[in-house]
Ligand binder design. Structure first.
Ligand code: ADP
Ligand code: ADP
Ligand code: MG
Length: 450
């Protein structure tokens, strides 16, 4: 096992990884930007190295400085968390060249799955059902219009390098397509420095259901069942639950096997997620693979009892998976609410600022993964997610009751948050019944703004 791990991230996920390392007896090195000097991850780690100014491109995305910090502190491995460099194949490759273990898959798998148009092609060749569409890259507005006609409207224009719901547009006709092509291209360029786009069929009112995979370096691949992530705003997850109310046990087994097959098709190693869209007739389609730890991994941990971050560390250090598929059982139900510093009354505008008062929920069935404390100043330059509140109950009804109780206890002073908004979601009939798809929350928003 590793002796010392550097965490190339910040916020709650950096804290989450430090905790797993500590439980395994591994020393930790935090890296931080100048504005994160007082951040929780900086304080919790055994050592901390400043890697540059606040702007992410100069610090958390600064490969040279991160690798230097690793060499300087003598860490054997780097955990990239999610976002930032976690899906950067060049970074994974440079780690390897510096003899530092990258806690994740080989750079070749990252590169392959990071190009979503290419990923579709590979999966199609491996007989994995993919969303109908065009495998190549769109070359021009004219080309886009031709391809959309071929596929048949409505279509979705997507950034090949996309992530975090960015660079996605829906088009129901040619006018929308031409506009969407140009705005998606500009957004992709700004967010990912890569403006390549592809087009696929827009699946109407689908569910987003994803499978957690664990794969070791000996060819063993298992799945830890699914997460239901259909409650989304602007193609970004807001609340997730596991298991999904939509899957029958037969469909769960079938999709789990397909997810494993998808991981094997790219010789995948470490933890990863296969995201599917599922239509109301239970047709499922591969959408993308995330080659990293996922934001919503805790709900899977709650229902399976498995620590996914520890599994990542064990796999990366060359240990064989001790878990077999038949060991994986679903027990109870878990829900995660993403708690963001944002103002739901002003179109969820991010609200950085100082936390002047804080009461955090606890008690039976409650888990809080966060990086905030009273007096903490939320910087303006990063993601607005402050915490993840997770509830666990013997069944779905109890998980909802516990989550509502916990949200009711959550008190954050000084900045606006979406805590009350999350509570209101759990009062909605469709959510209570588990009868929602990815279009549900957008419809709620339209009504709210009317
Ligand atoms: P998950 O798939 O785990 O639910 P999200 O899509 O919400 O994750 O993304 C998690 C975090 O990573 C967010 O902060 C998001 O902005 C960021 N992110 C995801 N993909 C990318 C990417 N390709 N480039 C930059 N940031 C990304
Ligand atoms: P990201 O990398 O940003 O997570 P995804 O490809 O996972 O991008 O898509 C994000 C979300 O957009 C999905 O969870 C889903 O709600 C929606 N979406 C993506 N592709 C389609 C599609 N073809 N039809 C309908 N909805 C889609
Ligand atoms: Mg996705």
């Amino acid at each position: 096992m590793f002796k010392k791990v550097l965490i190339a991230n910040r916020g709650e996920i950096a804290v989450r990884i430090i905790r797993a390392c500590r439980e395994l007896g591994i020393l930790t090195v935090a890296v931080y930007s100048e504005i994160d000097k007082e951040a929780l991850h900086t304080q919790l780690a055994d050592e901390a190295v400043c890697i540059g100014p606040a702007s992410a491109k100069d610090s958390y995305l600064n490969i040279t400085n991160i690798l230097s910090a690793c060499v300087l502190t003598g860490a054997d491995a780097i955990h990239p968390g999610f976002g930032f460099l976690s899906e950067n194949a060049k970074f994974a490759k440079m780690c390897k060249e510096c003899n530092i273990k990258f806690i994740g898959p080989d750079y070749a798998s990252i590169e392959l799955m990071g190009n979503k148009a290419k990923a579709r092609e590979v999966m199609k060749d491996a007989n994995i059902p993919v969303v109908p569409g065009f495998e190549g890259i769109i070359e021009s507005e004219e080309h886009a219009s031709y391809i959309a006609e071929e596929i048949g409207y409505p279509v979705m224009i997507k950034a090949s390098a996309g992530g975090g719901g960015k660079g996605i547009r829906i088009a129901f006709n040619e006018g929308e397509l031409r506009r969407g092509y140009n705005t998606a291209k500009a957004e992709a360029k700004a967010c990912f420095g890569d403006d390549r786009l592809y087009i696929e069929k827009y699946i109407q009112n689908p569910r987003h259901i994803e499978f957690q995979i664990l794969a070791d370096t000996y060819g063993n691949v298992i799945h830890l069942n699914e997460r239901e992530c259909s409650l989304q705003r602007k193609n970004q997850k807001v609340l997730e639950e596991a298991p999904s109310t939509f899957l029958t046990s037969d469909l769960r087994i079938e999709m789990g096997e397909i997810a494993k097959k998808a991981a094997k098709a790219v010789n995948y190693k470490n933890a990863g997620t296969i995201e599917f869209l599922v239509d109301k007739d239970c047709n499922y389609y591969f959408m993308e693979m995330n080659t990293r730890i996922q934001v919503e991994h805790p709900i899977t941990e709650m229902i399976t009892g498995i620590d996914i971050v520890k599994e990542q560390l064990k796999i990366a250090s060359g240990l064989e998976l001790e878990l077999k598929q038949e060991d994986i059982k679903i027990k109870g139900h878990a829900i995660e609410c993403r708690i963001n510093a944002e103002d739901p009354d002003r179109d969820f505008m991010p609200c950085p600022g100082k936390i002047t008062e804080l009461y955090v929920p606890g008690g039976r069935g409650v888990r809080l993964d966060s990086a905030i404390y009273c007096g903490y100043k939320i910087p303006h330059c990063y993601d607005s997610m402050l915490a993840k509140l997770i509830s666990f109950g013997k069944d779905r009804e109890e998980a909802i009751t516990i989550m509502k109780r916990a949200l009711g206890e959550f008190g954050v002073g000084g900045v606006k948050t979406n805590v009350d908004f999350q509570f209101s979601l759990l009062e909605m009939d469709e959510v209570v019944r588990g009868a929602y798809d990815t279009s549900f929350l957008e419809k709620v928003m339209v009504k709210r703004n009317a």
